[in-house]
Design a protein. Sequence first.
Length: 324
Amino acid sequence: MSRHRVVALLDPPQSPFELACAAEVFGTVRQDMPVHYDFRICAERPGPLLTTVGYTMLVDAGLEALQEADTVVVPGWQPAGAPAPPTITEALRAAHQRGARVLAICTGAFVLAEAGLLDGRRATTHWRNTAELAATFPEVQVDPDVLYVDHGDVATSAGTGAGIDLCLHVVRCDHGAAYAAQVARNMVLPPHREGSQLQYAARPAPARADESLAPLLEWAVSRLDARLTVGRLAERAGLSSRTLARRFTEQLGTSPGEWLLCQRLDAARVLLEQTNLPVEAIATRVGLASAVNLRRRFRAQFGTTPGAYRRTFGETRLAKTAQH
């Protein structure tokens, strides 16, 4: 079975970190995991390419590499808003029209917008540049309050580390939550971050150590099968429900109820992938009470049914994929 080809399109000066976001997720070979991607880099002009931190890297492929890409990544663009050469925007349009998925990390969204791939669509970029993106490309629906936006064929991420969030999301869509979690575990990262990028843009007074939600979150995740309500979470934390809700908004960018539902659905996904438990039993284990409730919530969140998800990402399918 041929592997999915990911090509990163570089431009000087290239941010090494944003390139590394894609290279680490798609390009690193891990001995304990099946290899699903081939990764390479290209540029408009092959040869030495300057980085934002002063050293040069050698790029051995030109834009022709995009003609064979299944996924194209634009890992940032410096300076943000600087016009891209027509050869680059044309190559991106051609790859997209051919059926390649196109991802932009951070300010790479400006290049996708210039190529017309974001017209009439939601997109995001680093919070420092969202106003500029919206002003420069008014046909793009800029969302400053998310870590990434994925349309399936085109996706954009917020700044820097959000590029990893987007790449892990893509792996999760391609190969399931368990595989993406394993990639993240190798990177010593959470497989999915809650909240939005505005929690990083804002600068509220730092919470005191005793205001951290971490102990409460760990406690809740370990007992998802219990009857966990906002009131019980507040009682466990020694707070009023109103204060707890405020802290969730400040620290996670979401409400206690939404966070809890997200954890239950993520746990359901893992059980669907890694066990043969009936949907009713999974619903009970993750605290969603019934198969009917799980199916309704699952479809609303992921756009598919638990059964269809298991057929796509279940353990049997992953085992067969690993053999290739």
